[in-house]
Ligand binder design. Structure first.
Ligand code: HPA
Ligand code: ZN
Length: 323
């Protein structure tokens, strides 16, 4: 496939953890300016530590890496660097996850994270013309009570937050554990998404739909094990934010050549292609399109890009302008 076809296709990224865009070079730069020590002595040493056999292996290293993020400037710079990077990938809109509890647990106030990111998003729109939204993710390995504390801390910023999400260790932490806090977020006018069916069973995808009332399923790979669930996702036009390189690095799929993205499109699912944690999984959104390009036709790629706008939280008018 002609690479300019992939990068030239205007697209939205709907599954990107901003903390997962922290490149090793940036980790060093932030560690130096904040006088934080990190357990690596070179960029190569960091990169060679990025070998994972499951989600938890990755999460342990991802949360440790985030420790270098201390100031509003760090969060601003992190976000703006992501947008500068994906401009060349054809990204015109991005809906970005952040994990406030990873930072508040280290004594970094919610305000530092939210104001820094909001400034980075505003700079990206002004300088690069890329629009964006923020999605506040609750860490599912923590208690629902902690998620309520986070939602309360977010109150002054709710006009700058489009949705809540659910991430971190999936198995053993079903969506239903967060039913009340998602209901509270819904009452505050927030949209809902959740990671489900990455490592967890199809039942977790059903719970995310039935109990949390999500508009999108992040990942959703294991929904394919349940034909009646697939039929429902198709019928209800639920978006799946699929992340091929992440799936491969976290051993959710054994072989990229057998990635289910093409099968998802054939089934009529509203699948999209995204990068998840690009600094850790070896590529940004265009790299993810390249990784599955051998499985897809040009028409499939166009469909994936269309799906990214259809599944976005942009207004109908803005969506139509991108189709
Ligand atoms: N799954 C769950 N939690 C995460 C992920 C993921 O792929 N990336 C960052 N946090
Ligand atoms: Zn994710």
């Amino acid at each position: 496939m002609d690479d300019t076809f992939i990068t030239g296709l205007p697209k939205a990224e709907l599954h990107l953890h901003i903390e997962g865009s922290l490149e090793p070079e940036q980790m060093f730069a932030f560690a130096r300016r904040n006088r934080v020590s990190i357990p690596f002595d070179s960029v190569e040493a960091i990169r060679s530590a990025y070998s994972f056999s499951n989600l938890q292996d990755f999460l342990d290293i991802y949360y440790a890496g985030a420790d270098v993020l201390r100031t509003e400037q760090d969060f601003h710079d992190l976000a703006l660097a992501y947008f500068r990077r994906v401009k060349a990938d054809g990204v015109v809109h991005a809906e970005i996850f952040f994990d406030p509890q990873t930072h508040t647990a280290r004594g970094i106030p919610f305000q530092v994270v939210a104001d820094g990111l909001a400034a980075g998003l505003a700079a990206a729109e002004a300088q690069l013309g890329i629009t964006s939204r923020l999605i506040l993710c609750f860490l599912r390995h923590l208690e629902e009570e902690d998620a309520f504390v986070t939602l309360a801390a977010a109150e002054p910023w709710l006009d700058q937050i489009a949705a809540v999400g659910l991430d971190s260790s999936e198995v053993g932490h079903p969506p239903s554990k967060f039913s009340r806090v998602f209901a509270a977020a819904a009452s505050s006018g927030l949209k809902r998404v959740a990671h489900a069916g990455e490592e967890g069973p199809p039942e977790y995808v059903r719970e995310a739909l039935d109990v949390l009332g999500v508009d999108r399923i992040d990942h959703g790979n294991r929904a394919l094990e349940d034909p009646s669930l697939v039929a429902r996702l198709v019928r209800e036009a639920k978006t799946l934010t699929v992340c091929p390189l992440s799936n491969h690095k976290l051993c959710v799929v054994d072989d990229l050549a057998a990635h289910p993205i093409a099968a998802m499109l054939k089934l009529g699912l509203r699948a999209t292609v995204n990068s998840d944690d690009p600094a850790y999984f070896g590529g940004y959104v265009a790299d993810n399109f390249r990784a599955v390009a051998p499985l897809l036709t040009r028409a499939d790629m166009v469909q994936l890009a269309r799906n990214s706008f259809l599944g976005s939280f942009l207004s109908d008018v803005a969506v139509n302008a991108h189709l």
